[in-house]
Structures are given as C-alpha cells and as structure tokens.
Design a protein around this ligand. Structure first.
Ligand code: NAD
Length: 530
C-alpha cells in the first residue's frame, strides 16, 4: 500500500548545511560543462556529427552541453522504434510501470541539488527557482505513479443480469513529447512520465535551450530501470525535426507545452491524416498566458504589492503563469504603484550561482531582443517606466525588472505575451472595469484578485475566465496535486497537469462485456440433476 501523496518540500537555503550542499553541487556540475551528448534511440547512442550547443544565459559564451542534431531519417526511426517497443511496453503491468516512477523519484531526491545546479547553469534559474523546479519534477513522478495505480483499479460500472462487464484504461501508442525550456525539468519530466506510466512509448524532443537537464533526467530513468526504446531521446531543431515526428503516421499523440504559435501549428498538422494512419491524433497543448492580478481598493496593499512583484519577476518573468498585468482600482492606483516600485527596486539581478541573486538573465539573445523591443513599444504607446527599463547584454542576457505604468488596455504590451521581466500596470475605474480588462485577452491561464470583499471574490470565481484563479495570493507557484494546472482559450487544452484528469489524456478506455453463458449453466444444472 502506497503512502498518501505529499509535495516534496522546498529546500531552506538559509540553513548553512543546505547552502553547502548546493554549492558543492554547483561545483560538481561546473566541472562537467561543455560535454558531448548523443541521441538515444532504442537504447542505441548515436552521434550525428551535426551539433547544437546549449549556452549559459548568464555567461553567454559558456557551453553547458553539446548535442546532436537529429536528421529527418533518424527522427522517423525514433518514432518507428518507439512503435516497436510499444508492443511489449503496453503489456507491462501498471504496478511495474508505477514502480519505475517511484524509483526515479527516489534517485532524483538523492541528486536533487545536482539537478537544480544544471538548471542554474543551463537556463539561469536562481537557487530557489531551480529547487522548486526539481521538487515539482519529483512530485510529478510520485503523483502520476499513484494515479496510475488508481486508474488500474477495477472501474465501477452499472451491473446488469447475464453479463460480466469491465472497463480498463489502455495506452494510446507512440507519444511525441515536446517541452519548453522554462520548466526544463518539471514539465519535461511530467509529460514524459505521464506517457510512460500509462504504457505509452515516447519520442522526447527537449527544447534546444535546455537539452542537458533533459538528458540528465533521461539518465535517471535509465538508472531506475527504463527498458531501451520506451523513451527515445532526440535533440534537434524544433523547426527541422518537429514536423517530421508530429506528421509521422505512427505518432498517436503529441504532448506539447510551449508557445501559442508552435502549439497551434502542431495542432493543425496533427489534424491532417497521413497515408497509412489509422487514428485521429490526440493533441495535448499547453500554451502561453497574459496573466493579470486585479487589486481592489479594499485590500491589504502591502500584501497585494508583494504578490504582484513575486508573480511578475520570479524567474525573470519567464513563467506561463507570470503576472504581466497588474490591474489596479483607481482609488489605490498611486499608492500601489509606489509599493510595487519600492519592492521591484530591491530585486538583485545577478549571476544565478550567487545565492543572493533574486533574478538572473533571460534565456537567450532572441528573448533579450524581443523583451527589450516590448519595453520600447510600451514607452512609445504612452507607458511610464517607473522601475528598470535597462538591460546589459555584455556577459549575459540581463534585463532589469521593469514596471511600466499607465498602460492602455488593448495596447501591445497589454495584449501580447512578453515572457520576460516586464510588468504592465493598468488603471481600472472600478472592479467591473478591472474584470473586463482582465478578461479582454485571447489567453486564460492564471489570474489573481486581491480584495476583502467576499462578493467580489465570488464574482471573480464566476467571471474571471482562467484555468487557475488565485484569490488573495500570488498567481504563480502551482503545486502538483494541490493546484492542477492548465488554461482556457489560447492558453491551451486545459489538460490540468498534476490533477486527477491528466493521465486520462494518455489512455483510452476499453470495455469488455462477457455474456454469462446460459448453455453452460444449463449443462451444469443437468449434471447436478443426474
Ligand atoms: P516554444 O513554442 O518556442 O518551444 C516549445 C517546444 O517546441 C520546444 O521544444 C521547441 O523546440 C519545440 N518546437 C519549436 N518549433 C517546433 C515545430 N515546428 N514542431 C515541433 N516542435 C517545435 O516555447 P518556449 O519558448 O520553449 O516556451 C515558452 C512558452 O511556453 C511560453 O509561451 C509559455 O507561456 C509557454 N508555457 C506554457 C505552460 C503552460 O502550462 N501553459 C508552461 C510553460 C510554458
């Protein structure tokens, strides 16, 4: 009997012994930077000779890992190999698949700081952000393993006379798993282990900005006993090999998390039936956000300001759940601005290996450019920059946490996902106006409301159209099992990762109905009569 699921606790780095362990892990990982990694298809390690490099965003010439670019042929081979492995893996009993996840979680717990240290170097996470990412990955393994055991139990059906009926959940087939770089361990691991534990086989194509942490996780899976070919590790440009694996007729489903543009492209391509394809591909696509926090006049402004600033600038604002719009009641607009600016100015931007840094570099050159462009657009459209606005791309891609006030509803930075440390502050005439502005977006991922008014909280529950609504707290930091996560509208298919519905997306239900043989019964009765 498994113990009840509990979230992995976050590490308190104020304790000297924990800080020491993290420092040692960073040191160890530093000694391993710049290595070469293969593709792994059917357990075979393959070097293609065409490589892509993953860089440290805070020290942009430092190579974290060098990876192989898969060719189109190898991408097809990966899907076909996964197809062959599926024929055996699908028959592995559910408890054995769950055990694989429990063992993976145990190994990850043992190497927690090392996994976090890779993310510090590879994507510029601060210690606390990296630790949260690792904890979430452990949670996904523990949670989905238990969920699989639950799904594998006999499912309740209405009983009728003369028939014995069963419903069981069976896997779908080959899944293509395409994660983003921003939760490069948690989201990548979550979609992968959900696939594996339900009996599917996987082609895992990590983000080119974060392949090393994905490889480290893949190694853990292997160490935990993952049979060859159940997960195939395939790096390469999303644009080059992404279409090949999405289009392949043997691909049964795609589990994607990333931008709206790529998600919609995948959804469209997956809808086209290819020659030899005998199913409708399923697409689980979790995409972007333009998340808002509403601050009402009747609320604790200090708490609200802290919630806004934490949600806006944690991991440099590069979270799908990040608060990119603070919508503030006109009566408290100026004092709230002051409080937001005061807190923002205290944020220390620096190297993520330094435990005193609260923020670090954004992911890459392209992001650095687009985020700075958005700041310029914000100014050009009448925004007032009250904090930040500066950037330093010399050593790494550093952008100051930036607060732009007086942003007009409907303007570019109020509508488009920036995915960087830029907060647009908008004045609302009253609570109605605030709700209207908050909902006036194509996205619908997270949102928050700060108010002491019970009726307004109730209205927000009914009318604020987001998949994850937070009341009187920040809008980031969803916990597995506690806050199943996924958004509405262009934020995606609302898969609710980390919730009870999630594994159902990776399976199909098969019903078998057995007639209780009347003839046999009669024979038995006759025998009994003799
Ligand atoms: P992205 O869309 O650029 O890339 C995501 C993945 O898609 C990467 O692995 C990339 O290599 C791959 N890819 C790119 N082109 C492809 C193609 N043509 N075919 C197949 N795959 C392709 O997103 P990103 O920059 O990695 O991540 C940031 C985005 O992810 C933001 O929009 C953010 O809001 C979103 N996100 C959403 C959630 C959520 O749960 N809703 C969580 C995290 C991130």
């Amino acid at each position: 009997m498994q113990s009840e699921f509990r979230n992995e606790p976050f590490t308190d780095f104020n304790k000297a012994e924990n800080a020491e362990l993290m420092r040692a892990a960073l040191e160890k990982v530093k000694g391993q930077l710049g290595r070469d990694y293969p593709l792994v298809i059917g357990g075979e390690r393959i070097m293609t000779g065409r490589t892509l490099e993953s860089f440290n965003p805070a020290n942009k010439t430092e190579v974290v890992g060098r990876f192989q670019k898969a060719t189109e042929e190898l991408a097809r081979h990966a899907v076909e190999n996964a197809g062959e492995t599926f024929l055996t893996w699908r028959n592995t009993p559910a408890h054995q698949r769950a055990d694989l996840l429990f063992r993976t979680a145990t190994l990850m717990r043992q190497r927690k700081h090392e996994m976090s240290a890779w993310m510090v170097y590879e994507v510029g996470k601060t210690w606390a952000e990296a630790d949260g990412d690792t904890a979430e990955a452990i949670d996904f393994c523990e949670f989905y393993a238990r969920e699989m055991l639950r799904y594998a139990e006999g499912q309740p059906l209405v009983k009728i006379e003369g028939e014995d009926n069963h419903l069981e959940y069976i896997p779908l087939g080959v899944g293509v798993v395409i994660p983003p770089w921003n939760f490069p361990l948690a989201i990548m691991a979550g979609m992968t282990v959900a696939s594996v534990v339900t009996g599917n086989t996987v082609v895992l194509k990590p983000s080119s900005d974060a392949p090393t942490i994905a490889y480290k996780f893949f190694e853990l899976l292997e160490e935990a006993g993952l049979p060859p070919g159940v997960v195939n590790f395939m790096t390469g440009s999303g644009a080059e090999v992404g279409d090949v694996v999405v289009d392949h007729p043997q691909t049964r489903y795609i589990a994607f998390t990333g931008s709206k543009e790529v998600g919609l492209r995948i959804n469209e391509r997956a809808a086209k039936v290819q020659k030899g394809q005998i199913w409708i591909k399923r697409v689980v696509a979790e995409m972007g956000g333009k998340d808002a926090i509403i601050v009402d006049a009747d609320t604790d402004l200090d708490e609200a300001a802290t919630g806004v600033v934490q949600s806006a600038f944690g991991f440099q604002g590069q979270k799908c759940s990040a608060c990119s719009r603070a919508i503030i009641h006109a009566d408290v607009y100026e004092p709230m601005l002051e409080k937001i600016v005061e807190r923002t100015e205290k944020i220390k931007v620096g190297d993520p290996t330094d435990p005193t840094s609260n923020m670090s570099a954004v992911i890459n050159q392209k992001a650095f450019r687009t985020i700075n462009d958005y700041i310029e657009k914000g100014k050009a459209q009448g925004g007032r920059v009250l904090a930040g606005g500066g950037a330093d791309g010399e050593k790494g891609y550093f952008i100051e946490p930036t607060v732009i006030a007086d942003v007009i509803p409907g303007s570019t930075i109020e509508q488009e996902e920036i995915f960087g440390p830029v907060l647009a502050v908008i004045r609302a005439t009253d609570f109605n106006d605030a709700l209207r502005i908050a909902n006036d977006t194509e996205y619908g991922l997270t949102g928050a409301v700060y108010t002491n008014d019970e009726e307004k909280l109730e209205r927000a529950r009914r009318e604020f159209h987001v998949g994850n609504l937070y009341l009187n707290r920040k809008c980031t930091g969803a916990l597995v099992g506690v806050h199943p996560f996924g958004g509405f509208n262009m934020s995606g298919t609302d898969s609710k990762a980390g919730g009870r519905d999630y594994l159902g997306l990776f399976m199909q239900a098969k019903v078998s109905s057995t007639k209780i043989n009347a003839a046999k019964d009669t024979k038995a009765e006759k025998r009994a009569a003799i």
